[in-house]
Design a protein around this ligand. Sequence first.
Ligand SMILES: Nc1ncnc2c1ncn2[C@@H]1O[C@H](COP(=O)(O)OP(=O)(O)OP(=O)(O)O)[C@@H](O)[C@H]1O
Ligand SMILES: [Mg+2]
Length: 612
Amino acid sequence: MNSSSHVIQLFSPLSHARLNEAGEKALHGKGRGTKERGFFGRVRYAPFFRAGWRVNSSRSENYGEAEFISARQIQSKGAPRAACRVGPERVKAMEENTAVAAGTAEVRSSEIEYSVKMTSISKSFEGVHALRDMHLEVRPGEIHALVGENGAGKSTLIRVLSGVYSPDSGEVAINGKPVTLSGPKDGILAGVSVIYQEFALVQHLSVAENILLDDFRNKSFVNWKDMYKLARESLQSLGFTDIDVRTRVRDLSVAYQQVVEICKALIRKASILVLDEPTAVMTTREVEQLFKLIVSLKEKGVSIIYISHRLDEIFQICDRVTVMKDGQYVNTVDTSAIDKHELVSMMIGRDLASYFPPRESDIGDVVLTAEHIRAGRAVKDISFSVREGEILGLAGLVGSGRTECVRAMLGIDRMDSGSVTLRDQRLRLKSTRDAYKHRIGLLPEDRKNQGVLLRLPIYQNITISCQKLIAKFGWIFKKREKAVVEQYIADLAIKTATYMNNVESLSGGNQQKVAIAKILAADSKVLFLDEPTRGVDVGAKIEIFKIINELVARKYAVVMISSEMEEIIGMCDRAVVIREGRSVGELQKAELTEINIIQYSMGVKSNVTENE
Ligand SMILES: Nc1ncnc2c1ncn2[C@@H]1O[C@H](COP(=O)(O)OP(=O)(O)OP(=O)(O)O)[C@@H](O)[C@H]1O
Ligand SMILES: [Mg+2]
């Protein structure tokens, strides 16, 4: 990239027409500076490949990147130069950073000691220290884990590394060279690619467009055939042949969206790849595929920073691990030198005896039965029932139709056929609200869009569904409300300065805890929990399990969807395995083993007859 090509692109007459009103907004809109822009990115629009297309990216956590893409699009489509605000100095700075990144392809491990060196990084938000004097050193070709409790500051550190936030103080050096990253674009140009905890995909665009946004940005005419082919190939290289590259991202399950994210980062050929909880919704098979890929990248000299709350994974693939607590550096150690218990005590400052708290099962009558549920393409024939005081697991691979089945049963999506019976009453639910009336609650998989109201304070989120408990005749008893909220904040260890804070100011795991508190407060008798511990740290996971155990002890019925097999085995009384939209097996507590679940979910075994 040189500055003259910029000028040519910027003045290309073709694109003037395409710089529509919305594009103007993206360029001139609030916060379109090079510095950190408010955390709560609003809706942004920009013209896209096709005239008249609009990109609407309201993903607040990662809007930085989405915005970068749209701004690049506008540049390449030729916005008037002034509008782009890319002065010669800026272009030079970008080129310098690019040179740093490009250099890394040739850099051999021996030439530089650290590909990432972050020194004394501090960052605070309205007086709250998210990072304090934090260090991170990552070697070339290393898989480096970053661990810590929810709210420890992992994602914030990564946002500093990728240029989304500028630190209050401290230095960042990439591939041996100090850099000043003043926006997400600088991070990408410096060779840092981040797969965020919350996705940064453009929901309205197809899989292929999302993956290849960057590569096709300088082309006036898009060769769709090439684009689809490239996208398909990159997905295939990850082992995902069943994702149609033309599908719009919003129609994909969360797990598949994650795959698209990874593809997008890989295609940029980053020298430093950061994965912020990539496996939170993946099952064993997908995780294996991802790991193979990560190891092959490592062999090519790429440095990988891996954030995960699944500690087994860290021991499986990471070379070293950096532990942080309350925004501060605790230690960096070789994973081979410690065990899981030592790591946990470094993270949370105490030992954990057992991950799954013991429970006496006292199972009663059947409460809810689902029979031959069919819905759309994903759900072909699913049947199961859950009893009072029972935790029923729905196991299966990602995309097997578990989430879709529950959504159809509760009336969120259309159910084509089948029946849902609550005790003796046949239900025809139309919405989650309808379900709540029957005291059936759902913790949705997609927390960000369905689980919590990001812009409302924590307390309102928690009490929104338990108004009966805290209000009478339209009058809210503030004291009672406060007591309920404080109890949940304490029980689930939600890390926040005050319950008046908006949910979007919380770390990923803490947002999940608010979503859980909300559904628990609603006091439903039948609970559907879709990935309840997604992104939640080990200490809090145990708290959540304890609460679930208390509920079943009080005769509540729980249906739990989890991609972590360990969780299904450790928590459930019984599990139904779903494969390709059908319930293919039922496993009693004694039969709940990893090998059994895998065999059923991959089609090696089946006891389907009972459903037919
Ligand atoms: N924009 C912001 N405004 C206010 N507080 C913020 C903001 N971003 C982060 N924080 C706070 O900084 C702290 C660290 O958050 P961060 O998201 O980095 O945690 P994390 O280690 O990634 O946690 P998790 O494992 O839950 O994802 C949290 O207490 C969070 O509430
Ligand atoms: Mg995080």
